[in-house]
Design a protein around this ligand. Structure first.
Ligand code: HEC
Length: 164
């Protein structure tokens, strides 16, 4: 039950996250640029995809639209996993909230990325089939997969993210 409750808390609190400044690097990406890219990607994941998908937990939203969103979200999340080159922790990008554990416990981090991709794909398949109950059942598992890396509230920390 606690996990389901926290899934809703995540949905509610993250929707209040402030907009990120759209900074784009003009030169070859260094550690700061790659850190900015993954932060923007994460913020966009919530605003662009998962916020709408969270509506499915209440039985709302068009499954056809959510199927497209979930498929794109899974692709974005796969990309997120590639945005952690060596040297892009706080040693190279002082403002990043990415914890050193990402590099020292890489297998676990990659597994957490893959877990979210897998749960998001389960959601996408249910949405494609127009299976509303399937989407409802998939949503708390997605929220739980987010929680493997960090807590729900935008300032919260966690295993792989520093508190703000
Ligand atoms: C594999 C680990 C991982 C998973 C899973 C994950 N995140 Fe993140 N998330 C991070 C890391 C690391 C950062 C910090 C990135 C940085 O600062 O470089 C972050 C940052 C964020 C931010 C931006 C806040 C900020 O300023 O740092 C939001 C919003 C966010 N995540 C939402 C989500 C949501 C929603 C989910 C689930 C749908 C999710 N995350 C799943 C690792 C993860």
């Amino acid at each position: 039950m606690i996990r389901i409750v926290s899934a809703f808390a995540l949905a509610g609190i993250l929707s209040l996250a402030p907009a990120s400044p759209a900074l784009h690097a003009q030169t070859a990406p260094g550690p700061k640029e790659v850190a900015q890219e993954r932060e923007d990607l994460m913020k966009g994941l919530w605003r662009g995809y998962y916020r709408d998908m969270s509506q499915a937990a209440k039985g709302e939203g068009d499954p056809k639209v959510l199927a497209v969103k979930a498929t794109e979200a899974a692709a974005q999340m796969k990309k997120f996993g590639t945005l952690f080159p060596a040297g892009s922790g706080r040693e190279g990008a002082p403002d990043t909230r990415a914890k050193p554990e990402i590099w020292t416990q890489r297998a676990e981090f990659d597994a957490a990325v893959n877990k979210l991709v897998a749960e998001t794909t389960v959601f996408a398949e249910a949405a494609k089939a127009g299976n509303v109950e399937g989407m409802k059942a998939a949503w708390p598992k997605i929220a739980e997969a987010c929680g493997a890396c960090h807590g729900g509230p935008s300032k919260s920390g966690g295993k792989f993210r520093f508190e703000e």
